[in-house]
Write a protein that binds this ligand. Structure first.
Ligand code: 4AD
Ligand code: MG
Length: 476
């Protein structure tokens, strides 16, 4: 492929007079090449012209950088090609890196040469322009929308959240065990199941949570976790609900609710710390106020030495009763429109209000057993309450983690299965866990997308996953 300057393009080292001494690099690593000649491989993200000067912005998947192209200083074909180049055309560009504290990234590129790989035809211009487009249009073009710097930054933060989440368990004695995705029964309520035909066995369902299987692997291995896609045929059209989302679920034997809350606190502290370490520039691109995240880990020990001791940063804990009282008080003071009815689960506005009262995630524990899942252990001090916890993220983000101590008594579990009208035959293997060496155990699940929405400060979970699946969207 011929480049604009009349030389030939191949993979590095790039031949041709102007490119010969240029090192191929990425925009993320450009700071290591100040005053050197580099080659970038990417796309034309934006182009501004001002008389005899062109200001292209290039992107390469790791970031964006502005180029400067003075007509008098580059070969004419370079200037002319760039001047009429369509947005998102793919290209390689060679130039000299200059540190410039006024540039958003801190660097600019004095362009010397470029080579167009594919020119976007004028007749079919890139549909996503830099000006505002409606969310429906953007979601319809999600495969292209993810190229914009803000969306790319979110996906990078998501990747780090997923890595940090797994890393926490990997370094704290947990074994990752993968539960099946095709399951014979429900875990979290039968009304939200995706159903399918399964050969001669009748029906199968996409998993809502790996929890029940994690309880089995925990009895084999002690501390386990799973990490994978989960599915809810949710009919809810909210900013928090997806029909397909990723959940990470630890399960630990001989752990009670207190231990579980401590684990959740250490786990979230680790994730926030990693994101702050690695993504402060991305968070700036996204528009997140990082002081809000710094407040979450304030006071946390810097190292938890693999034991999750003293590593937490003091997340507030509220019982359901205390949270209820807080909501009633807020209503009476005119801060909350709705009136929370004692005994009911919290609605979105309730969770939003509670979480907005704290700078750190708040752990609400001991909900009425009636509004919670069948497998939750009753509180011995008040059996009408479940030994469960919902972790509500700050800034009004609401529930990101749900967990509990599990029923470990055979007879009680059997009664619960019956009372919830669940098919007893499908749960025999689960009951076996209480037949053969039952022990107290606890676990939780965190939805990655809820966590990303909170950490990045996003209004809607649809931007937290490359291709969101919601009630009314399965394209692209
Ligand atoms: O509270 P949930 O339903 O709990 C469970 O599934 C337990 N079996 C987990 C366990 O104890 N191992 O879901 C756990 C988390 C929620 O706190 C939320 O973060 C996320 O999963 N989640 C969703 N995220 C996006 N869209 C949805 N429709 C979600 N439903 C739950
Ligand atoms: Mg929940």
């Amino acid at each position: 492929m011929a480049n604009v300057n009349g030389t030939t393009l191949s993979s590095s080292p790039a031949p041709g007079a102007s490119a010969s001494s240029a090192r191929t690099t990425t925009i993320a690593a450009i700071g290591q090449h100040v005053d050197q000649r580099v080659m970038l491989r990417g796309w034309l993200y934006n182009l501004r012209a001002s008389g005899k000067l062109l200001f292209p912005i290039f992107r390469d998947g790791t970031g964006t950088i502005q180029g400067i192209v003075p007509k008098a200083e580059v070969p004419e074909p370079v200037f002319e090609t760039l001047k009429s180049l369509t947005l998102e055309s793919s290209l390689t560009v060679t130039g000299r890196v200059r540190a410039d504290h006024r540039a958003p990234s801190g660097f600019e590129l004095d362009v010397e040469d470029l080579s167009v790989i594919q020119r976007v035809p004028e007749e079919t211009p890139y549909p996503i322009q830099l000006k505002e487009a409606g969310v429906d249009f953007l979601m319809e073009h999600r495969h292209l929308w993810i190229r914009t710097p803000r969306q790319s930054a979110i996906l990078r933060v998501r990747a780090t959240i997923m890595r940090a989440a797994a890393e926490y368990f990997d370094t704290h004695g947990f074994t990752r065990t993968d539960p099946p995705i095709l399951t014979p029964n429900a875990c979290e309520g039968t009304s939200e199941l995706f159903e399918m035909d399964y050969f001669d066995d009748g029906k199968a369902y996409l998993t809502q949570s790996g929890q029940l299987y994690m309880e089995a692997t925990a009895m084999a291995l002690g501390r386990v976790y799973s990490f994978g896609p989960t599915f809810r045929a949710e009919k809810s059209k909210t900013r928090r609900h997806l029909t397909e989302f990723w959940m990470i679920e630890p399960e630990v034997t001989y752990m009670d609710l207190d231990g579980l809350m401590h684990l959740a606190e250490c786990f979230l502290t680790h994730i926030v710390r990693r994101v702050l370490e690695l993504h402060t520039p991305d968070l700036k691109t996204i528009g997140k106020d990082v002081t809000k995240l710094e407040a979450v880990i304030a006071g946390a020990a810097t190292e938890d030495k693999g034991e999750c001791k003293g590593a937490g940063s003091g997340f507030p804990r509220l019982s359901y009763d205390q949270a209820h009282a807080m909501l009633i008080d807020a209503h009476q003071r005119g801060l909350l429109e709705t009136v929370h009815r004692y005994g009911d689960d919290f609605g979105s506005p309730d969770e939003t209000y509670i979480s907005s009262q704290f700078a750190k995630p708040v752990m609400v524990h001991r909900y009425p057993a009636e509004v919670k899942a069948f497998y939750m252990q009753p509180d011995p001090l008040d059996p009408s309450k479940a030994l469960c916890v919902d972790v509500l993220a700050p800034e009004g983000y609401g529930e990101i983690i749900g967990g509990s101590q599990r029923v470990d008594d055979y007879d009680l579990l059997e009664r619960r299965i019956r009372a919830h009208n669940l098919p007893m035959a499908a749960f025999q293997w689960y009951l076996d866990l209480r037949r053969y060496g039952s022990v107290p155990h606890s676990g939780f699940g965190m939805g990655i997308e809820r966590c990303v929405a909170w950490i990045c400060g996003l209004e809607h979970v649809r931007e937290t996953i490359p291709f969101a699946r919601t009630l009314n969207r399965i394209y692209p």
